[in-house]
Design a protein around this ligand. Structure first.
Ligand SMILES: [Fe+2]
Ligand SMILES: [Fe+2]
Length: 313
């Protein structure tokens, strides 16, 4: 995990001892960025750092604690199966993103189970943003303490790794509402992006879709247009979301949106019936569950996104 400024002997904001630790640690592939308004790190990369090729993984909506006959009665097992698949990938992912709804009811034992299983993934770092099922009862305090201790506000932060700027956003439990980023977070995002070169690939990850998938079901982030306006000057922007438990893709201007399958249960297509889990024909569950690998290829603005299901050989 990141090394923050421990001692500032020359009062210049640089901790030389911490920086050496940081560089040793950064050799494993992960460096946190300086984010305006917080998360200052001695490990900040120059804004226009050359992109290096690497892969990372997105996992979403594990809903530990959910159980329904005819849908999925063992979501712990299906999360474990996804983790086993990730650990068997031919190329070890440099990092893993979990895009929320780790648990179904925000219970401590459910968080324990997620932490235990996700902790077995062979990678250099695992980063989380909350879903609405992770903020029940305490507005996400327990989630943040355990899964995003360095995050600001309701769970937002940024980091740089190998020339890519990653931004984790929270669009649940903000201003006690769902599907909203809020003014504080948008203000922070604007300041954060000011330090990033426009040719740096940007990856945004958040739980609720950041384009209008189906607003009548709440499948949208109402103030995402303001975030997307801040991202407009960047040549490569990839937005990764979860929440709707199915793969969807959309391109709007310079932004590629990718919504992921869950590891727990499917939901209907937008506007088809009602949202929520539905009963599946026998044997079809694994076709609807999976994970995503994302390849960063130097010289390519578009990231290589590949979705795999548990039914894939
Ligand atoms: Fe979910
Ligand atoms: Fe959700």
């Amino acid at each position: 995990m990141a090394r923050y400024i421990e001692q500032d002997e020359q009062h210049d904001g640089i901790d030389r001892r911490g920086f050496l630790k940081c560089m040793a640690w950064a050799g494993t592939g992960m460096v946190w960025a300086a984010g305006a308004g917080g998360l200052l790190s001695a490990c900040s990369l120059p804004a226009a750092t050359k992109v290096q090729g690497f892969n990372f993984v997105q996992v979403s909506d594990s809903h530990i604690g959910f159980s329904a006959e005819g849908v999925n009665t063992d979501v712990t097992k299906t999360l474990q199966q996804v983790v086993d698949r990730v650990n068997a990938l031919p190329q070890r992912p440099s990092l893993v993103l979990h895009t929320g709804d780790l648990t179904h009811l925000s219970k401590p034992d459910q968080f324990d189970t997620v932490q235990q299983i996700m902790g077995t993934i062979k990678t250099d770092g695992i980063f989380y943003v909350p879903g609405e099922h992770d903020v029940i009862g305490d507005n996400g305090k327990a989630f943040r303490q355990r899964f995003a201790p360095k995050a600001l506000g309701k769970g937002y932060y940024s980091m740089d790794t190998m020339g890519v700027h990653f931004i984790g956003l929270s669009n649940v439990g903000v201003e006690d509402q769902f599907g909203i980023l809020g003014l504080d977070q948008l203000d922070w995002l604007g300041k954060d992006l000011k330090a990033v070169h426009h040719d740096t690939p940007v990856v945004v990850f958040a739980h609720v879709p950041m384009y209008a998938v189906y607003p009548p079901w709440g499948w949208t982030t109402r103030d995402s247009a303001q975030a997307l306006a801040l991202l407009k000057p960047f040549s490569s922007v990839t937005v990764l979301n979860g929440h709707i438990h199915q793969v969807l893709q959309q391109v709007e201007g310079n932004v590629n949106f990718h919504i992921a399958n869950s590891t727990s249960f499917p939901q209907h297509r937008p506007g088809d019936g009602s949202p929520g889990a539905y009963t599946l024909p026998a044997g079809q569950l694994l076709q609807t569950l999976g994970y995503r690998t994302i390849g960063v290829i130097p010289g390519h603005a578009e990231l290589a996104v590949a979705d795999s299901t548990l039914a894939t050989a």
